[in-house]
Design a binder for this molecule. Structure first.
Ligand code: NI
Length: 247
């Protein structure tokens, strides 16, 4: 069952104090957790949340990286702003692609710019991507912004057919090859909770084990200091966002 979301109470977190003060949201019935989610409990039975500003790229093995996102059903101004920030984070990390769950969001979309130049004309947004007709196995080195410093050869089809929507809601459809095909597959994998390290040969994976253990240690330390909240808080927040934007 879906929760009904009224657009008027989708507010930015930075405007939340104003909203509460002016009574749009009754503070008695609102609880704000550390991740910007506002839950309106009885009597309204409406769940509202602030737009979540992506603030950082989450790292392996954060649980959201294993989240299988559902198709987006609407695109609005808030989501467009979120996507602008995703490009910003991607550029800061010197990446060529970034999937929504890498910024802790449950939306089925990713952004790409495979060119050196940071210009709008090279920026691509893929919403609800569906890959088909994989052809010609190929092996190339990949890295991932959620596993900084880790690189390994990954086997993938060299060319694919893709259907997706762009930010204007128009259909993108075509055959893709080269780096673009590889990046599209890497990012679409993210949306299914798959990381490139899952696709490595056993031997290669073993060689990376020390590096992965180090990521695990950092994650465990962040968990123990509550820098990364418990799973139930993460998944409650993802579910609230999903109920507003996804099928
Ligand atoms: Ni990645």
């Amino acid at each position: 069952m879906k929760k009904k979301i009224h657009r008027d109470i989708l507010v930015r977190f930075d405007s939340l104090p104003d909203v509460i003060e002016h009574g749009t949201i009754n503070p008695v019935n609102a609880c704000v957790n550390m991740h910007d989610v506002v839950k309106i409990i009885a009597p309204t039975q409406v769940t509202a949340f602030a737009r979540y500003d992506p603030v950082e790229i989450i790292k392996y093995p954060h649980p959201t990286l294993r989240y299988q996102s559902k198709p987006l059903k609407r695109i609005d101004a808030a989501l467009r702003e979120t996507i602008t920030e995703m490009f910003q984070l991607m550029y800061e990390a010197q990446g060529i692609g970034l999937a929504a769950n890498q910024v802790d969001l449950p939306y089925r979309l990713f952004v790409l710019n495979i060119h050196e130049e940071r210009s709008k004309e090279h920026e691509m947004v893929f919403i609800n991507p569906v890959i088909s007709k994989p052809k010609d196995p190929d092996e190339k080195e990949e890295g991932c912004l959620s596993l900084p410093g880790v690189y390994a050869p990954v086997r993938r089809p060299a060319s694919i057919h893709l259907t997706a929507l762009n930010l204007s809601g128009e259909t993108i459809e075509g055959d893709f090859g080269g780096l673009l095909a590889r990046a599209i597959q890497h990012e679409t994998d993210h949306l299914d909770g798959i990381l490139f390290i899952d696709r490595l040969a056993d031997l290669v994976q073993k060689q990376l084990q020390d590096e992965l253990d180090q990521f695990q240690k950092t994650h465990d330390a962040n968990r123990s200091q509550n820098v990364i909240p418990p799973d139930e808080i993460i998944f409650d927040r993802l579910a609230a966002m999903e109920s507003a934007y996804c099928v």
